[in-house]
Ligand binder design. Structure first.
Ligand code: IDP
Ligand code: MG
Length: 150
């Protein structure tokens, strides 16, 4: 495993339902390092770019409407295997297939209201991070998760 960065976003329903703290807590307590974070009401155009690979899907317009319906918490988390482990922490795309203990398994029911996004590969993480953040917004600091005793 290598140190990676993944793009995680709490979707509008997660924000509206008061799940920001719970979700951040899981990534923080897992041991990942928060590198960037902002609350942002993204435009439909921005979200069309973010989900460009899904533009032919029948649910695409509904997805853009959902994602632009309110603010999202956009974050970058860093650590060993952060992309793959982040996806495991999220659960499956369909909450009905997500095991208890995962974020989607614990907090949602519907595939079209599944409260959280996470990059699915190191390459897509890089693209998503550059879409949502400027290089200056990626903060450089040392966390306890990097100190010698850890
Ligand atoms: P992922 O978020 O687990 O990576 P993707 O297949 O990339 O799943 O789909 C992106 C998002 O599109 C999902 O998180 C979900 O919000 C929505 N979505 C995926 N499949 C469906 C569907 O069949 N109906 C409605 N929305 C869907
Ligand atoms: Mg995806």
């Amino acid at each position: 495993m290598s140190t990676e960065r993944t793009f995680i976003a709490i979707k509008p329903d997660g924000v509206q339902r008061g799940l920001i703290g719970e979700i951040i807590k899981r990534f923080e307590q897992k041991g990942f390092k928060l590198v960037a974070m902002k609350l942002i009401h993204a435009s439909a155009d921005h979200l069309r770019q973010h989900y460009a690979d899904l533009k032919e899907k029948p649910f695409f317009s509904g997805l853009i409407k959902y994602m632009s319906s309110g603010p999202v918490v956009a974050m970058v988390w860093e650590g060993l295997g952060a992309v793959k482990t982040g996806r495991v922490m999220l659960g499956e795309t369909n909450p009905a297939d997500s095991k208890p203990g995962t974020i989607r398994g614990d907090y949602c029911i519907q595939i079209d209201r599944n409260i959280i996004h996470g990059s699915d590969s190191v390459d897509s993480a890089k693209e998503e991070i550059s879409l949502w953040f400027t290089p200056e917004e990626l903060v450089s600091y040392t966390s306890c998760a990097e100190s010698w005793i850890y």
